[in-house]
Design a protein around this ligand. Structure first.
Ligand code: NAD
Length: 424
């Protein structure tokens, strides 16, 4: 077969439009002038590459990949690379813009970018993944750079791919350049604390929000959707603060225990079971849909986009939603959440612990010096708490939900910087 139809776009809101709807509300409240609005609403650069890769069977396959630089107003652009069969340009554009807002909310000197390659990493061998990662890096060698555009892992990629990316880039440039990518293995210039950074930030934001709502962590319950890097760490750290985690889930389904899930045990089970909770016994099996609408105080979606939508938002019972995942709540569900009086710590704030420690990794690489775990955690926690307070203050000042407040804080910072830097 010479031509294969691309995978259909999922039945969901266009992620770029969904991001823009929130951006528009915040821009209007801020009275953003049209010139700046026009600069920020579109990505600075969108690169599409087609990279030929020899597969294990000797045949050459051509993979389509993207790198979207949304903005470099605050500094070099930063954002992960997603390897997935259904990744598409509008999704990468939205994720790139989210990175701009995320870096601005936590006040780190980065712009926003995102990359993607249409491929199925779970059906590819390590050799095929390595050749694809190196080919993608070669195709983008003039885009990437420690002072230009700094990739990181996202869905379908991890420290292994970041090591290949760093190595390929370094070979092409003729010297070892650690700071071109973050999320590297520890021995290759990765940072202590990076693996758990996003989950830790989710926990810190959850604690800050519970404090504002007058909730006692030790008397509160939570469910976590997604038991991967972000979800499992958030579950572990929240349970250490006394929150009873009644349910957790992954692609295999959801697992519920009235007395609380033993998170350490569930993580150990998952680690010995190819990363999945499937077959986990010390819990009752329920569906992912049931988990989201269960009677708990805190809901942490930490899996995929668009899981809280107009289809289920009416039934949500949690008082607090802390968005570990990017874009778990559809734009249309926002209004109903607000009407119900549920507080949402939005993705661009709640999961920004990851990019914060990525920034620390880049700083350490440039210093040629390693920080201790305590230093990483203490600085990241301070940044998360300060950012939470900034967003909370904006929500009070403008009388808007936390999500719009986070966009206001971010857009204001980028717009002010743009004004100082000036255009043509
Ligand atoms: P991961 O691949 O480690 O884990 C994802 C988890 O979600 C897995 O347990 C998987 O089984 C589960 N899952 C997938 N589809 C599901 C579904 N439909 N229902 C329930 N569970 C499902 O990924 P991750 O790194 O933990 O990322 C999770 C989310 O957090 C993504 O939206 C990602 O963009 C976002 N995020 C991650 C980081 C990071 O540092 N890893 C940083 C910021 C944001």
């Amino acid at each position: 077969m010479l031509y294969k139809e691309p995978a259909p776009i999922k039945d969901r809101e266009n992620p770029f439009e969904s991001m823009m709807s929130r951006f528009n509300i915040a821009a209007e409240i801020l009275g953003l002038d049209e010139e700046v609005y026009n600069v920020l609403k579109t990505p600075t650069r969108q690169v599409i590459v087609n990279v030929p890769v020899t597969m294990d069977d000797g045949k050459v396959r051509v993979f389509e990949g993207y790198r979207v630089i949304h903005s470099t107003i605050l500094g070099p652009s930063k954002g992960g690379v997603r390897f997935a069969p259904d990744v598409f340009l509008d999704e990468v554009k939205a994720l790139a813009a989210w990175m701009t807002w995320k870096c601005a909310v936590v006040d780190i000197p980065y712009g926003g970018a995102k990359g993607g390659v249409i491929c199925d990493p779970f059906s590819m061998s390590a050799g095929e993944m390595e050749r694809l990662t190196r080919a993608y890096t070669q195709a983008l060698v003039d885009t990437f750079g420690p002072d230009q555009d700094i990739p990181a892992p996202d869905m379908g990629t991890g420290p292994r791919e970041m090591a290949w990316l760093m190595d390929e880039y370094s070979r092409m440039k003729g010297s070892t350049i650690h700071a071109v990518v973050t999320g590297k293995p520890l021995v290759l210039g990765g940072s202590l604390g990076r693996v758990e950074a996003t989950g830790r930030g989710v926990m810190v934001s959850a604690m800050a929000a519970m404090d504002k709502l007058g909730m006692d962590p030790a008397k509160s319950t939570a469910v976590i959707q997604g038991f991967g890097n972000v979800g499992a760490w958030a579950a572990k750290l929240m349970s250490e603060r006394g929150v009873k985690i009644l349910g957790v889930s992954d692609v295999s389904g959801a697992y519920w225990n009235d007395n609380g899930i033993d998170i350490e045990e569930a993580i150990e089970y998952k680690n010995n079971n190819k990363g999945r909770l499937e077959g986990y016994e010390n819990a009752e099996k329920i569906s992912n849909d049931e988990l989201l609408v269960s009677k708990v105080d805190v809901l942490v979606p930490a899996a995929v986009e668009d899981v809280i939508t107009i289809k289920n938002v009416d039934q949500i019972q949690a008082r607090l939603i802390v968005e570990g995942a990017n874009g778990p709540t559809s734009y249309k569900a926002d209004n109903i959440i607000n009407e119900k009086g549920i507080m949402v710590v939005p993705d661009i704030l709640a999961n920004s612990g990851g990019v914060t420690v990525s920034y620390f990794e880049w700083v350490q690489n440039r210093m040629g010096f390693k920080w201790t775990l305590d230093r990483v955690n203490e600085r990241a926690e301070r940044i998360m708490n300060e950012s939470f307070e900034r967003v909370y203050a904006a929500s009070q000042k403008y009388n808007v939900p936390m999500r719009i407040a986070a966009y206001i804080v971010a857009i204001d910072k980028v717009a002010m910087t743009y004004k100082y830097r000036g255009g043509f």
